[in-house]
Design a protein around this ligand. Structure first.
Ligand SMILES: Cc1ncc(COP(=O)(O)O)c(C=O)c1O
Length: 439
């Protein structure tokens, strides 16, 4: 084996990556500051996707760097079980203060996937504690993405993420997705048609009997399947059906949390109160892995019974509430607050939408969707080669100094919340150039 670059790339099996394509022409970042990455060959790349929808405060923020550096020197690790450290409590309290309604208890995890597993387990255990152990079914939605662990994969609805992995969890079903509803093409903001798709939950209630259903989990805005927006009135309708049948409603806010829509969370933005909310990503602005699950007081309190020396919930991670993650989270919240970033998308969202919808006449574009600081540009697939056109767009954009993300034949955009008006214009100009060059 030679010790050259090719072999040094070989050992790392990259996640959700076309490994062979990557290793034949690697794309390596070596530094990042504010809105830009620096590549190994010294180019600046504008970050159009906040890393992976997570670096909401932008990159290399000094306040977070300092907080994490101080923390690692002061207290590197504290056991997560039967012990605590002050910053975990401080962060949980501050987070509860940001969240809508009475979702005022926070369980820490290390990722979005773990937040989802945690939420599903809380839902099942909650019903069982209340004497409704017959509620064991979990309902997801087609095209949903809830991470890659078995619970999340089971309630998830992206076929490629499921098909290799056997029968998954038993007792899971899915309501229909809200993509490509006729009349919603090029809608700005929430699409007008399709609220009645929420009634699909009634179909599953009739099929399984609602008394067997523990929880429904949806992304208020679905990201991974290509930015699918909830039709006007859809989430309200889902909430009403859950209320009617005693089913918990879980919002997976791993991408919508921390300001993406112009409010701290989608629950605040839509004014719809879920029972449990899963988050991660923007919690630390992507700097240290961390997730948080928010639960309503009533759910939390249901667990706080029985002898006080006994553990109430047999669940947790070695790194739940890790001191470095808490330090990063607190510093990120400081930046969000000082720079009013969690509401910035509400101020810049109209310009963002105008600019992105300006690409309507660009080549291959069949739909554009925008909400907050999110956009999807859907391309006509190449006949017989789905995903190829968008993947080529991704490679060309990278060459031209813009980082985008593609899923299927959809370009998804979600820049850091600090993006300037000029940088929004630059993104659109680069995209127009890229689309013009595609076969
Ligand atoms: C809605 C949603 N849930 C869960 C996840 C999984 O998060 P992680 O990759 O941190 O496990 C993601 C990741 O993109 C997501 O978008």
């Amino acid at each position: 084996m030679d010790g050259g670059l090719r072999n040094s790339l070989e050992a790392y099996w990259m996640p959700f990556t076309a490994n062979r394509q990557f290793k034949a022409a690697p794309r390596l970042f070596v530094a990042a500051k504010d809105m830009h990455y620096t590549t190994a060959d010294g180019r600046q790349v504008l970050d159009g996707i906040a890393g992976l929808w997570c670096c909401n405060a932008g990159h290399g923020r000094q306040k977070i760097v300092d907080a994490v550096s101080r923390q690692v020197a002061e207290l590197d690790y504290s056991p997560a079980f039967q012990m605590g450290h002050p910053k975990a409590f401080e962060l949980a309290s501050r987070l509860a203060g940001l969240m809508a309604g009475d979702l005022d208890h926070v369980f820490f995890t290390n990722s979005g996937s773990e937040s989802v597993e945690t939420a599903l387990k809380i839902a099942l255990a909650y019903h069982r504690i209340r004497g409704e152990g017959h509620r064991t079914r979990l309902i997801g939605r087609e095209k949903g993405y809830h991470g890659v662990n078995f619970g999340g994969m089971s309630v998830g609805g992206i076929p490629a993420n499921r098909r290799m992995f056997g029968t998954l969890l038993a007792g899971v079903d899915h309501i229909r997705h809200t993509h490509n509803v006729p009349g919603n093409e090029f809608a700005r903001g929430l699409p007008p048609n399709g609220a009645e798709l929420a009634d699909d939950l009634e179909r599953l209630c009739a099929l399984h009997d609602p008394s067997t259903i523990a929880a429904v989990i949806v992304e208020p805005v679905a990201g991974s399947a290509g930015v699918i927006l909830p039709p006007k009135g859809y989430l309200e309708r889902l909430r009403a059906i859950c209320d009617r049948h005693g089913i918990l409603l879980i919002f997976d806010e791993v991408i919508t949390g921390f300001g993406r829509l112009g409010a701290p969370f989608a629950a605040n933005y839509f004014g719809v109160q879920p029972d449990i909310v899963t988050t991660a990503k923007g919690l630390t602005s992507g700097v240290v892995p961390m997730g948080a699950v928010f639960v309503r007081k009533e759910i939390h309190d249901a667990f706080m019974t029985g002898p006080e020396h006994l553990i109430e919930f047999f669940h947790g991670y070695t790194y739940s509430g890790h001191p470095l993650a808490c330090a990063a989270g607190l510093a990120a919240l400081d930046i969000y607050e000082e720079e009013e970033l969690l509401t910035r998308a509400s101020r810049i969202g109209a310009l963002w939408a105008d600019t992105m919808h300006g690409l309507r006449d660009a080549r291959h574009v069949i739909d554009i969707r925008t909400l907050g600081l999110i956009a999807a540009i859907e391309l006509e697939p190449i006949a017989g080669a789905p995903t190829k056109r968008a993947f080529t767009a991704f490679l060309k954009a990278y060459e031209k100094g813009l980082l985008i993300r593609t899923t299927g034949d959809i370009i998804a955009l979600s820049p850091p919340l600090i993006i300037s008006e000029e940088q929004i214009a630059t993104m659109a100009e680069t995209l127009r150039e890229v689309l013009g060059e595609l076969d």
